[in-house]
Structure formats: C-alpha cells, structure tokens
Design a protein around this ligand. Structure first.
Ligand code: ZN
Length: 463
C-alpha cells in the first residue's frame, strides 16, 4: 500500500493525465515527484518547525540557489567524482558563448562560501563552532532502477546543516546533534529515541588504507575517530544507546556516525540521522587556510555534514509506511473531521447547528477541519472510510445523544498506543474542551518551534 498517494501527498507517476493520454511521469521525468495539495500543507508546516527549531539552537539559517556554474563543483571535486549523478546543462549567453551549469547535488559548497564570506568580513567575531542550516533542495541523477515512490527520488529537500567546530568542542557538538535528533523525533514524530530501539553505527576507516582508499593523514583519521568514539560513549552514558563500529565503511573523505532505528513490526532498520566528517572540502576551498589565518595556527577545525531527517520526501515516505499512513497531528493535511450523525428526527436541525458551530470554532483557530455527514446506520462505514483514506487524527461525532447531553464524542488517535480511543468531553459554544485537547497535542511541537505551527486551509473538495 502506498499511503502517500491516498493522502493527496504525491501523484502516482504511472497514472495517466486526463485528456492528454500520457502518464504524469512522462511529463515530470522519472524520479521527479509531482507533489500535491496534501504535501503543500505538510511541507510548509514541517519546514516552519524545522527552521525555527534550528534557529533557536544557534544554527544560522540560509538559502542558496538550486543551481550553480560547474566552476563551483570543480573546486568541490563533485565534477571529478560525482559528475554522472549530476544534472548538467549549458546555457547560451548573449554573446553566443556557452556557460555550463549544474543543478545542486549538495548544499555544502555554497555553505562553505557563505562561511568564508562571513569570516572575511567579521573575522574572529564569527564564533566557532559555526552551525549553518538550510532546507536545501538538491537534485541527483540516481540510476532509474533505484527509484521507488517517495523513498528514492531525484529531487529532494534535505534538513541540511554543516558544523565547523574546533577539535576540542567536537565531542560536545556531536552529543548536541544527537540530543536535537532525540528531541525532534520524540516531540514531533512520536518515535522514542532510547536504548531499546536505537543504535549508533560508527563508520571508520581501515587503518592500513589511510592515504590510499581513505583520503588524509593517519593522524587526522585517528583523531577524528577518537572524537566520534568519545561522543558515542558520552551518548551511551547519558542515554544508554549502544554503538558498533563498521571498520572500513567510512566514506573516502571522513568517518561518520549514523543513528539507526529498528522498526519493530517490520524488523527493519531505518537510518534516521547522520553526522559525516569531511577532511576534503575544507582543504579544497582553502577554508582551513582562512581559519588558521584568522583564528590562529593551532586551531584544528572539523567540518561535519549532518541531517536529522535526511531527505524530507524519503522521510515522510518511510514514516507513512511505518505508521500505516498516519501523520503527526500538526502535519496531517486534515486534522479534524466533524461528523454530524443525522437521525431523520426533529433533532437533525440542532445536530447540524452544533456541528457547524464546532467547525466554525476549529476554522477560526486555523485548525484544518472538514465536515463529513453520516447517518445512524452508516457510522461504522463512514469511520472506516475516513480511517482508510484521509486518516484524520481526530473525528468529532455530533449526534442526538451529544445534542441532548451537550457533549462531544471525540475519537482521537493515540500515537503511543498506535490506535484511536474515544473520549467524551463537555461541549460549550467555544468548544473549549476540544480546543484544549488540540492544544495538548500541539504542546510538544511548541517546545520545539516556539509557536503553534498552524496552517489553515480551505478544504472545499473533501467530504
Ligand atoms: Zn554537506
């Protein structure tokens, strides 16, 4: 079951465009997903949360172009090592000369340019560790055989950050990233990050191969791996999370740590965050020379690439599969469905009024709500239909009993227990109890982002 397509998140590329005769994929090119209205909502809210979350933790938020002249990737080395995975094209200038451009496969080269500019202007006032964040859209020409739904696509957005840290503060920087990941996964995604379901995979070099397969000096590698090991044991002592070493598994340009989750039901591993050291880019951009000049020759700097979610598109795809199409309350395209239950009795007018008044309160509070009518005999069928299609985290039933007793029957999805439960709450004209339930569901996200991440939407075509 591909849940993304049922929630109007993405359009299935194999489906035909009406009237035109070809599939959507025919027009977008494979691996370029055409995201729809559900994604628009979830991506905006998620982006807002992630931006605020990082800004509040001292990351400098930037935005860089989605393309660059290939001159940039000559400096970074991507042209030599990564050319066949890049979209490269020529543009004819006014004088008829050809200029070569590439869609950005990674954000790092631009982030280094920004840091170099800041250091040049503000010198040592630029404090280290320096942390730079971007929701960066990148394009990579992956082999078509590896493309699959949202899980492997050719254009995607990374929650990408680069940390430039003095060696002495690197252990702390890694532990902080782990804590950020833990906070984000627990408070936004209802995924516990603890010793029972999380491991750290440390990808190290093979010491005999340093200088050959692994770029850099023996000393650089051993120091960096020592920093990673120290950080792993600090994480173990604080949170009990175990780590294991994969010798020889490092990238040629540096060792890394992956945070790996085990999805219980499927007994499958899911890489949920990564921190990658890089000895290559700081040298190629001569950032090292600039840092030595400004901060002193004895300062040794590590560059760490890090992502908590990785590709947002892939993350949402994996999440939808793991949670059977369910999204966290703040991200769900439709958060609440109000369900008037008509009885064919004189009470129907009051039922309608009460349901409308609940809808008004929700919409006035920027909650994404929709109304779906049902009858006494078809309640079960209506709920089943909602639970297999739009999967709203909250369904509010308003029937004869609710009107008579002035209550709301609220079916709310319990993310911990992974099933819905029904509660009855008193009803007043401000729907106070319902709003305070919603407020409670949003509270952990407010701790991350500082505000209620509400994005209203007019859902006129859903019912
Ligand atoms: Zn990077």
């Amino acid at each position: 079951m591909d849940y993304a397509y049922d929630l109007d998140i993405a359009i299935k590329p194999t489906v035909s465009v009406p009237k035109l005769g070809y599939s959507y994929g025919h027009y977008t090119g494979s691996g370029n997903v055409l995201f729809s209205t559900g994604w628009g909502i979830l991506r905006s809210v998620l982006g807002d949360i992630l931006t605020r979350f990082h800004a509040r933790r001292g990351y400098k938020v930037v935005e860089t172009p989605i393309l660059a002249r290939t001159t940039l990737y000559k400096v970074s080395g991507h042209i030599d090592y990564y050319r066949e995975n890049m979209y490269i094209f020529n543009v004819k200038g006014e004088g008829g000369e050809l200029e070569e451009f590439a869609l950005k496969p990674m954000n790092c080269p631009y982030h280094i340019l920004i840091l170099m500019n800041l250091i040049e202007k503000y010198r040592s006032k630029v404090k280290l560790p320096f942390k730079i964040f971007e929701l960066g859209k990148v394009h990579r020409y992956e082999l078509s055989g590896t493309l699959r739904g949202l899980l492997r696509v050719r254009g995607f957005t990374q929650d990408d950050a680069h940390i430039f840290t003095p060696k002495e503060e690197a252990v702390n920087a890694i532990v902080e990233v782990f804590e950020e990941l833990k906070e984000l996964y627990e408070k936004l995604f209802h995924i516990d990050v603890n010793s029972s379901n999380i491991k750290l995979r440390l990808s190290f070099s093979n010491h005999e191969e340093i200088g050959k397969e692994f770029m850099g000096s023996q000393e650089e590698w051993i120091n960096a791996e020592e920093v990673i090991s120290k950080a792993a044991s600090e994480i173990k002592s604080r949170y009990g999370v175990e780590s294991f070493i994969g010798w020889g598994e490092a990238a040629f340009y540096g060792p890394k740590i992956d945070v790996v989750a085990v999805i219980e039901e499927e007994e499958r591993e899911w890489q949920i965050g990564t921190m990658q050291f890089d000895f290559n880019l700081p040298k190629r951009f001569r950032l090292e020379d600039l840092i030595r000049e400004v901060y002193g020759t004895d300062v040794e700097i590590y560059m760490i690439h890090r992502a908590l979610l990785g590709s947002l598109e892939r993350f949402v795809g994996v999440y939808l599969e793991a949670f059977k199409g369910r999204l966290p309350f703040v991200l769900a395209p439709i958060q609440v469905v109000v369900m008037p239950i008509k009885a064919g009795s004189p009470l129907d007018g009051e039922i309608e009024d009460m349901a409308n008044s609940v809808m008004d309160v929700l919409l006035n509070n920027d909650i994404r709500a929709s109304k779906v009518e049902t009858t006494r005999t078809s309640i079960g069928g209506t709920i089943r239909r909602l639970e297999t299609t739009i999967k709203p985290p909250i369904i509010v039933a308003v029937g004869p009993e609710e009107v008579k007793k002035r209550i709301l029957s609220i079916r709310v999805y319990d993310y911990k227990a992974r099933r819905p439960r029904t509660i009855r709450e008193p009803y007043d004209d401000e729907a106070t109890a319902l709003l305070s339930l919603i407020d409670k569901m949003e509270a952990p996200v407010r701790e991350l982002a500082g505000v209620s991440p509400r994005l209203p939407v007019v859902l006129d075509y859903i019912s």
